[in-house]
Write a protein that binds this ligand. Structure first.
Ligand SMILES: [Cu+2]
Length: 152
């Protein structure tokens, strides 16, 4: 009994308790846009498997001037986007990034992206970093389209 307990602890330290395993990124994709587009929206789900809050503090990406965390809201029937500095994900919860809500805004590309292209984004959390591959694709029909209005 005691030996089994120690084995579980050892397994925990070597595998399960590493920070990289406390966060998973699912369904990561970038919405295709015309070749002249100056902004692209990226969507995903972030799952916090850990027992501590996880705070997203920024996004690093190559081939763009910068990336920002945005939140879309509808005010007086107008789609508005607000830049968000940090986003905290409670332990054991999933934070969706989807059209009409939170999204990652990729700004000023050095070259255009076409459907089928893949791009690696690095998600910077307080205390850990996580890379995820995003596939460029067209928005599923019936989903609200991302509005490229900027009000900064
Ligand atoms: Cu945006």
């Amino acid at each position: 009994m005691v030996r089994r307990f120690i084995m579980i602890l050892g397994w925990c330290f070597t595998i399960a308790c590493q920070a990289q395993d406390t966060v998973t990124v699912n369904d990561s994709w970038i919405q295709a846009a015309p070749p002249t587009a100056k902004v692209f929206a990226a969507y995903m789900e972030i799952v916090n498997h850990g027992d501590k809050p996880l705070t997203l503090t920024g996004i690093s990406v190559q081939g763009f001037e910068r990336a920002e965390i945005h939140h879309s809201t509808i005010i007086n029937n107008m789609a508005r986007m607000n830049k968000v500095d940090t986003l905290t994900i409670a332990p054991g919860t999933t934070q969706p990034f989807k059209p009409g809500g939170y999204h990652i805004m990729l700004i000023n590309p050095s070259h255009s992206l076409a459907p089928g292209d893949k791009l690696t984004l690095q998600l910077n959390f307080a205390g850990l970093q996580k890379s995820a591959v995003f596939m460029v694709k067209r928005a599923p029909s019936g989903q609200p389209q991302h509005h490229h209005h900027h009000h900064h």
